[in-house]
Design a protein around this ligand. Sequence first.
Ligand SMILES: *Cc1c(COP(=O)(O)O)cnc(C)c1O
Ligand code: SF4
Length: 345
Amino acid sequence: MITRSSVPLQRPGREPRPLPIQARWQTQLARAIRDPRELCRRLGLDEAWWPGAERGHALFEVRVPEAYLARIRPGDPADPLLRQVLPLAEEAVPMAGYVADPLAEAEHAPAPGLIHKYAGRVLLIASPACAVNCRYCFRRHFPYEENAPSRAQWETTLDHLRCDATIHEAILSGGDPLAASDRQLAWLVERLAAIPHLKRLRIHTRLPVVIPERIDDALLGWLTTTHLQKVMVLHINHANEIDEAVIAACRKLSAAGVTLLNQSVLLRGVNDSIGALAALSERLFEAGILPYYLHVLDPVAGAAHFDVADDEARELVAGLREVLPGFLMPRLVREIPGEASKTPL
Ligand SMILES: *Cc1c(COP(=O)(O)O)cnc(C)c1O
Ligand code: SF4
């Protein structure tokens, strides 16, 4: 696992040359930008952005890999990809109703690394790390250290699945589950596949988008050989996130028999227009991905500036329906703590 302390922050003026974006995914992950000033400098944002970036960074650290940075327009503070990763001073402003654990997940964790709050399916926190730190993330305050099980603990967690025949689907979540090593993932998936009542393996990940080189032969090896049905729910919020390398990665996943779906979060200044949402759906389909969910923002502390009001969200989706075929329409939903499924708006 890559911890903050194992990767020293780059000192100003001593930046390494940018990595070639085809570097191994592990190298890209380890060398991701983790210094708010470096992020601003690399994108040609002037010093006025530094204090805000540093305040936000102190609350939730910056993390942006090169391959993602390459899709951001330099010198444009309104770039929809930059807005997702650049910390702002607004994050430090407390807002009524915005809390650390908006989904009350801490109440549904019966074993290390396990969240069981939906019928028939369980979430396994397969990796505490992410490839990118998204400013709006509802898990920005998640106690990952308490949810990074050892293999012995995983066996206990797996016993919970083995003993409950109502569970048909295991959802690898995180952090980002694909930030874990293929050795670890192959080990886990092999154990899951041995549970007779388990039918499906679902992976919720942003890694194939953030670092498309993650979809390599080692990953395709364990993914192709398991008998479980495979669904991958990607997390893409804007059409500009899908470049040719992402499309190539998605082709490999499709060829490995993985059903590809996407969930987005409706974000002020990122995708809060009919044009942006329509372009996203169209581009997703070009990559072989079907739109699944469009979430309204979870009220997590530090993310209030991304909020789009419910009425505006409904209007946007109504407008979207006028320009898209039905199969490219995401479902507009909210996650309400304690509910057994997402709630349509
Ligand atoms: C909502 C959600 C799920 C499960 O929801 P489905 O309605 O079964 O798709 C799993 N993981 C995450 C991160 C979710 O947000
Ligand atoms: S869990 Fe997903 S949304 Fe949150 S920081 Fe990680 S990649 Fe981004």
